[in-house]
Structure formats: C-alpha cells, structure tokens
Design a protein around this ligand. Structure first.
Ligand code: SF4
Length: 445
C-alpha cells in the first residue's frame, strides 16, 4: 500500500506521522506513536533495523513521548509503513493516527510511589480516539495526558485535556496547560476516562465552531467561554471538585533528579530503593540517538519506555545495561551539563536551518561549564520558530542566515531581548560570547 500523503507540503502547526510523513532537510521524518510509550525490546530492535535500512540511521525522541525515524528515503516509506503496521503502530488512516496524541506517565507500573498504574487506561483511550471519526477534525497538536503521579509525574507537561490521578480510582480532569495552570473541570472515575476524553474532544469541536475566531487549542476555548460553558455541553458526567481540591504530586520529579546540579549519583535511579523506579534512565543530547544505539539498548532490557524528557527508561535492565548505554554515549549522570542544552536539528535535519545547532550546543557544553552550572537551560534554535523549545530559556541563541543572535530570558526570535553587541555572531563567536556571559553579567560589561 502506498503512502498517499507523503508529498504534501510542510505546514506550520502540522504533526508528522507514519501515514503523514514530513519531508525535512534529511529526508522524510516519520513519527511513530507508541501507545503508552511502551516499546517491547523486540519491537525496538525491529524499528532500529528499519531506520538503518531505509533511513539515515538517526532517531529523535519527541516531547510527546514518541519515536521519530529520520532520513527515510522515498522508496523506504512503503516498507517502513507496512513493517510498523505489522507491529500495531499504524492506524487505519492519517486522521485516526494524528488524534492518538496521548501522553502517559513513563514510569507507570514501575514506580511504587505512583497513585495508579495508568497503562491500561491509556491503551483504551488511544484505541477509542482512533476509532471515533467525530474527533478526526481536531487540530493537529490537540493532545491528552494521563498521569498516575509518583516519580514520573507529568505535572510540567502541557496539553489540552489532562487526567491527573488523585487516588487509586479517580482522576482530576483539567483543561489547557500544565498541572498548575490547567483549568480544573471536575473528577472522573478510572473507567470513565475514555468517555470523558471523547466528550471533551467533541465539545471542543462544537464550541470552537460557534466562535467568531475559533481557538486552535483548549486553553483558548477556556479563555473564551470558561470551564462552565464547556462543562454544560458535556455528554459524559464529571463530578464537581470538592472545594479547595488540590493535587499533591508525590515523589521526586524524575527529571528534577535527572536535571539537578547535584553531584552525580553512581547509579541513577536504581531499582528497588526508596524514591526510585524499577528501571534505568538513559538520556541523549537533544533527544537524538542512532538506530545502532536503540538496538544495543534493546538487547540490554526487556522493554523500553519513551519519556517526554528526551530520555528512555530501560525496564528490567541486564547487569551490563549501564555499560552498554555508556558505550553508546548515553547521558547517565544528572550532573551532565549537556542536559542543560536544548537544540533543534538545525541545518543538519531541517530545510529551514542555516547553522549546525547541535555542534554549537555541544561547543557551549565544552566551553561554558560555569554558566551552565548557574542556569536551567541554554537553547540553540535553528530559527525563530523554536521547534525544540518555543518558550523562554535563560539564554537563547536564534540562528538566521548562518549567524546567531543571543538573548537572555527570551523566546527564540524575540528581537526586543537580543543583547547589544551579541547579534549577527558567527557560530564560533556566539559560543565564545555565551561562555563569557557569566563574567559579563557579574561585571556589568
Ligand atoms: S526551529 Fe529548527 S527545526 Fe524548527 S523550523 Fe527552525 S531550524 Fe527547523
């Protein structure tokens, strides 16, 4: 079966899928939506083989907990699609694939501190979304999230409809944002999640159509008509929240542990200890790994979980899993400064990019150690679109025509925040200036 939408032009706001591959700078990009982010080791090995045979051997981990195969050749689309279909990762058509945008706690079933194991809930929701053609008109980035709490909680992930466990049987339903910012709607039982999610998707479509300027995301609809207006249109029942209801996030955030500047732990998140998970976390600079790396990791565990933090969790790791991961360049220490750097694929993988963003970011990791110890994030963006991190970072480098503009506390392309004397810099000069920022800021230079 051929891929009917393979040559559609790239549009801002679109999302690539297996049935909607996106042509980028290094060939076709195929986003594989893995239900609940759970990838059996055998499937990981087969996907790695597909990427090696038909692509350029590179894989990206997306912030929605998906795998992205890169550099797929035109004549590779059909065999890759059919192989992924055989593994159960391809829906019947592009619309039903696109709507399966569900983020799941990556530590579900691995974390004794979690309130609930949400894997079955997410699998059911994933299947129901694909089946319900009424939802296939949702905007491409419209998403859902199911969080069971604990060490792998998703409090900081932003989405359109979120279900956060409040105990072993109920979820708090909220709309449009992170746990702290989403507008609370009410409570629902575990078995009601799919019905409530589908009803909210339908309500969004109906209500946005009635507005003069239809919002593209749930946060916009909440801003326009409020949660009461949305709740009235729901066919599914949601219990009101008790007054003052709060969600407590239990346990330490996985990436707070992983991203902190504390001394390296000799065995990051070891299984069986208090506050730990039954798996091994391995991260990769900018969420990029090779197919050879994925295959090697798959040989060292029983299952791989894909996180939204550009890291993988190896479930039931073999005794040599850490050695294997280290050999393939994985980040194993929460003190690794590369965790402070974010970059899009830039000129190496995007037709819009004009600089080697990864090389610039890695040079900053080498040269700007003291600065990285003082900031949360340095973002190297290939252009003002800011695909890797559209939000504010402590230091943002935005490329244009082969040079960089440097800004503090800014989003990519925020010209009002470009630092005087730090615009139009060659990549080497930009790295040097960023390395000197700490000195410049402390001396007021
Ligand atoms: S931000 Fe990076 S990946 Fe996105 S369009 Fe610009 S260069 Fe391409």
């Amino acid at each position: 079966m051929t891929n009917p939408v393979a040559n559609q032009p790239r549009r801002r706001g679109t999302c690539p899928g297996v049935l909607a591959p996106m042509r980028v700078g290094d060939g076709f990009l195929l986003r594989v939506r893995v239900p609940a982010g759970m990838l059996p080791a055998e499937h990981a090995r087969r996907i790695a083989d597909l990427g090696d045979r038909y692509g350029n051997g590179l894989i990206d981990l997306s912030q929605r907990g998906n795998l992205q195969l890169r550099g797929i050749a035109d004549d590779g689309l059909e065999p890759v699609t059919e192989a992924l279909r055989g593994m159960g990762y391809v829906s019947s058509d592009a619309a039903s694939e696109a709507v399966r945008n569900v983020l799941c706690s990556p530590t579900a079933g691995l974390d004794p501190a979690a309130l609930m194991d949400v894997r079955a809930v997410v699998r059911t929701l994933d299947a129901r979304l694909a089946e319900d053609t009424a939802l296939h008109g949702l905007p491409p980035k419209f998403g859902w999230l199911v969080c069971g709490g604990g060490i792998g909680h998703l409090a900081d992930s932003s989405t359109d409809v979120r279900f956060d466990a409040v105990d072993a049987e109920r979820f708090r339903v909220s709309l449009g944002g992170t746990l702290a910012k989403a507008a609370p709607l009410g409570l629902c039982q575990v078995e009601e999640v799919a019905d409530v999610a589908l009803a909210l998707g339908c309500a969004f479509l109906n209500l946005r159509a009635s507005l003069p300027e239809p919002p593209r995301r749930m946060a916009g609809l909440v801003a326009a008509i409020g949660t009461e207006g949305i709740g009235k249109r729901l066919s599914a029942s949601i219990s009101p929240l008790p007054p003052g209801e709060r969600i407590k996030v239990r346990g330490t955030h996985l990436m707070d542990v992983f991203g902190s500047a504390e001394p390296p732990h000799p065995n990051l998140l070891p299984g069986g200890e208090k506050g730990s998970i039954a798996g091994k976390v391995v991260a990769f600079p900018f969420g990029r790994l090779t197919c050879a790396t994925l295959a090697a990791l798959a040989s060292a565990c029983a299952e791989i979980r894909i996180t939204p933090w550009r890291a993988l969790i190896l479930v039931a790791p073999s005794p040599d899993a850490e050695t294997v991961a280290h050999g393939y360049g994985a980040i194993l220490s929460h003190a690794d400064r590369r965790l402070k750097l974010t970059a899009c694929s830039g000129a190496g993988g995007c037709d819009v990019g004009t600089t080697d963003t990864y090389a610039t970011a890695l040079a900053i990791a080498e040269r700007a150690g003291p600065l990285l110890d003082h900031v949360r994030m340095v973002h190297v963006s290939g252009c003002a679109k800011g695909c890797a991190h559209p939000a504010i970072a402590d230091v943002t480098l935005t490329a244009r025509d082969g040079v960089y503009d440097v800004a503090l506390n800014a989003k990519p392309g925020d010209e009002s925040r470009h630092m005087q004397g730090h615009t139009g810099l060659s990549p080497a000069d930009a790295v040097a200036r960023v390395a000197d920022l700490l000195t410049e800021e402390s001396t007021g230079a």
